[in-house]
Design a binder for this molecule. Sequence first.
Ligand code: ADP
Ligand code: MG
Length: 680
Amino acid sequence: DFIQALKLPGSKDKEDKKPELTESERKKLDIQETKKSLPVFPFRDDLIQAVRDHQVLIIEGETGSGKTTQIPQYLHEAGFTDDNKKIGCTQPRRVAAMSVAARVAQEMNVKLGNEVGYAIRFEDCTSERTIIKYMTDGTLHREFLSEPDLQSYSVMIIDEAHERTLHTDILFGLVKDIARFRPNLKLLISSATLDAQKFSEFFDDAPIFRIPGRRFPVDIYYTKAPEANYVDACVVSVLQIHATQPLGDILVFLTGQEEIETCQELLQDRVRRLGSKLKELIILPVYANLPSDMQAKIFDPTPPGARKVVLATNIAETSLTIDNIIYVIDPGFAKQNHFNSRTGMESLIVVPVSKASANQRAGRAGRVAPGKCFRLYTLWSYKHELEDNTVPEIQRINLGNAVLMLKALGINNLMKFDFLDPPPRETMVLALEQLYALGAFNHRGELTALGRRMAEFPVDPMMAKMLLASDKYKCSEEAVSIAAMLSVNGAIFYRPKDKIIHADTARKNFNHVGGDHLTLLNVYNQWRDSDYSTQWCYENFIQYRSMKRARDVREQLVGLMQRVEIEMVSNVSEVDNIKKSIISGYFYHVARLSKSGSYKTVKQNQSVTIHPSSALFEDLPRWLLYHDLVYTTKEYMRVVMEIQSKWLLEAAPHYYKPKELEDSTNKKMPKTVGRSTRTD
Ligand code: ADP
Ligand code: MG
């Protein structure tokens, strides 16, 4: 007996004692044990008491300590959901909201969407019964429009506050205001890093609740010289770790879907060629556009003897915690939206991460055991080239959407809004100007009837305007299809390495002379005509899941169109009308071909190039409208269409002067190459 009592927990003996457990009972038990092992668990009662004692509480704790998944459950157990009120928890990222909600539903043994649910843009997985609701910060921002006092919530948790996304930053000001006249609303601001003091000061010196972290040491390695191609370097590093290091999973930080797919293919290729010489390597991607069942795979335990490598965007930096990561590979880059307030142009670019980010990434290797982080840059770079902190989004992106939302909430003097860090004045002014040109504001800066309708749509103001304008041009059906397709763009065409020629031929069949927007419309309409067939997608190298999502988004948009009383009508053959409604929203995004054969944006005179993925890549029409810009080696226009300059005057008479659009050579450049096109 004495010996028995001294046995260490976790020894073999423990498992032998419960042979009568079924699989699902065992799983539940595992979950309970995992819950108890989280760093936040010993603080459960103190935390509940602190929430009872204070209206606003700042919570600081390492990533993975259980803040997001456990705190809402604790508060629910403590009775905060008793009066038919909900606990809300915001996440900057869609993927995190979905994945965390799924996890909590599982822990509470309820069906996702019932007691525990999530809401993200275009997808509401909650019900009347929902008491714990995860949502993106953008979704909560939007909820203020229908419920300005958040009356249905007893607790609101602004989670991942350190991410400082635009919406989270604006939420700080909004919830602070509400807390003043709703004393029974509890507010938790939760953050992974050292910003707690700053948040505390902003919220009138709210107390800080610190959850002590548990972090094992992480050895950091740098490269001796900069890497020319960091995706290749990642592949090599993964294989080296796999061949030489003890078992333990690997997390690789890449910048986006394309890069992740490239890396995945290269790795699979190399592993296949090495054959049985290596232990099993399970390669799993995770990025925002990945279907959720695929995302969930990263949480599956690694089988004994195998190794898992997760290829992730910076979503895995703090939002998602994958257990058992021992090795981190960090090339040191991330994708960011950047708004240039001098030119008024916004572009997606790959930038070096900050030191704070790099350290977060490294920390992911030390959650369960001492780990290793391989930085694919030099120590010198780290010391001299990386910024200390990431600039908050509010100071570097276009504020059009945020400004429209705030105005719709009745906040008239934006310059006086309570910002944690105010946006640059010029950016604010540009947003106001843009909304004026779109017709959302009048010359006094007040919301117009059009602006109010635009605010109904959870999309940026340009797209909202395009949708509303489709009423006038009698093509609302087409406009919602295009908008829905743009929301999944980048994940529509499937291009497997071994079938590139077939895939490209299939893709060309959809090309529309009018441009990429109409090509997307073609894809959607043909899929619809196939009765939304999976087989059709397969045959045409189209990604079925993306199409399914486009269809869901489309349905939501149709609902919103009905809410603003726009009749759904179709006129697919009037291509010019479809184009005109797009221009009504996107007249800012126009470039003209110059004599030298390159494109310049009309107002700002900036050089831009057609993205190689465009069907118009070799066509070079005189006037082009683009959907967005992405900067890699050059400023690329993605999703472009040909327009006539006179349409710009029609769409935006306040914005364009006839003189700016004068054009003696209103013809195409000669370089047109014959390509298969379809106009149906
Ligand atoms: P924090 O918010 O403090 O970073 P979380 O509450 O997100 O911590 O994570 C706590 C634990 O829950 C981690 O060990 C994580 O691995 C686990 N977890 C979170 N989401 C899932 C999921 N979808 N599946 C399995 N485990 C998960
Ligand atoms: Mg969290």
